[in-house]
Design a binder for this molecule. Structure first.
Ligand code: BGC
Length: 317
């Protein structure tokens, strides 16, 4: 039977109808417009999901269940998004509201937990006993899977690895702390760092790959670096040092079998991963251990959040 998976990101909401083989048979997306009220966002989610089911030639009766990944602390038992620092969600009863609108059972969980579960059941982490997914996007998300289950801590707020501090008294984060990993290692942070470099260096090739500061994406500095631009090269190396700092902290705590990087930047593949593997190897505590955490790119890309969400009923059972 078909299921619906919905991935609420800081920038885009992605929807997919997923079959029992973990294939997405129909999909759509819309802008999150995070400044909207939770009610407006939920109305749009219901409308988009309804239209997608019709587009796939199905009715809601063909849908076994619906899963939603949302940023922030998702109380999976009560179905409530308790708090999200990058979205104006505070104690939003997402599960009940979507069930009321669509008439099918709904499960929710944190967006990165959901994507990690997707990679675990159908992607890079199939068969792995201990796996951590780090998503690099608007924020930094993280999902920890141990022995086939999502680890959420005692209060559903686990794990928020994007909010470990890597720079004391550093940049103010949306969560209220200063110097969070997310403020230095997210795609948003890289875009900010790129714009700062461009303002200082009008001669940089970065301007060839982004005509205005508004055109900068997380991939802009990588493109300019590959074309030989020294400013971009320095910027990317500096960014990777921040990323390595956060990733090594996480490896030192958990020593998972596998850590994957997801989110838009992970499509840089080995350009991103090779140097990070080297830096992590220099810095990690487990230098002398026989077994080391494998560091890979996530496999499913955007599909991880959709597929994981569609099967959340299994993650929570
Ligand atoms: C939030 C996480 C979320 C991540 C990615 C962070 O700012 O605190 O809950 O998973 O962004 O959306």
């Amino acid at each position: 039977m078909a299921r619906i998976g919905i991935d609420i990101g800081g920038t885009t909401i992605k929807f997919g109808i997923v079959n029992d083989e973990y294939e997405i048979i129909a999909k759509t997306s819309c802008d999150t417009c995070a400044e909207r009220s939770p009610k407006d966002i939920m109305n749009e989610i219901a409308a988009q999901a309804t239209a997608l089911v019709a587009k796939a030639g199905l009715t809601m009766d063909d849908i076994e269940c619906i899963g939603i990944g949302a940023p922030g602390t998702c109380n999976t038992r009560a179905g409530i998004v308790e708090y999200a620092c990058n979205l104006h969600f505070e104690n939003v009863p997402l599960q009940a509201e979507i069930e009321a609108r669509l008439g099918r059972p709904v499960r929710i969980d944190n967006d990165a937990n959901t994507a990690a579960y997707g990679e675990y059941i159908a992607g890079a982490a199939k068969g792995s006993d201990s796996f951590i997914l780090i998503t690099i996007g608007t924020g930094i998300g993280s999902g920890i899977i141990f022995n086939g289950k999502i680890y959420t801590g005692c209060n559903y707020a686990g794990a928020e690895l994007g909010h470990i501090v890597i720079q004391k008294d550093g940049i103010l984060c949306g969560c209220g702390r200063h110097g969070c990993f997310e403020q230095y290692g997210s795609a948003t942070a890289l875009i900010r760092q790129t714009r700062e470099a461009m303002e200082k260096r009008p001669d940089s090739l970065l301007w060839k790959y982004a005509a205005t500061l508004d055109d900068v994406t997380g991939n802009t500095p990588f493109e300019a670096m590959k074309a030989g631009d020294l400013v971009a090269g320095e910027l990317v190396a500096n960014y990777m040092r921040y990323l390595t700092c956060g990733l090594t902290n996480i490896i030192n705590i958990f020593q998972p079998e596998l850590m994957c990087l997801g989110g838009g930047l992970s499509n840089e593949g080995e350009t991103l991963l090779s140097p990070i593997r080297l830096y992590v190897a220099e810095e990690r505590y487990s230098k002398y251990s026989l077994h080391q955490t494998r560091l890979e790119a996530a496999k499913l890309g955007n599909r991880a959040g959709i597929i994981g969400a569609a099967f959340l009923d299994r993650a929570h059972s």
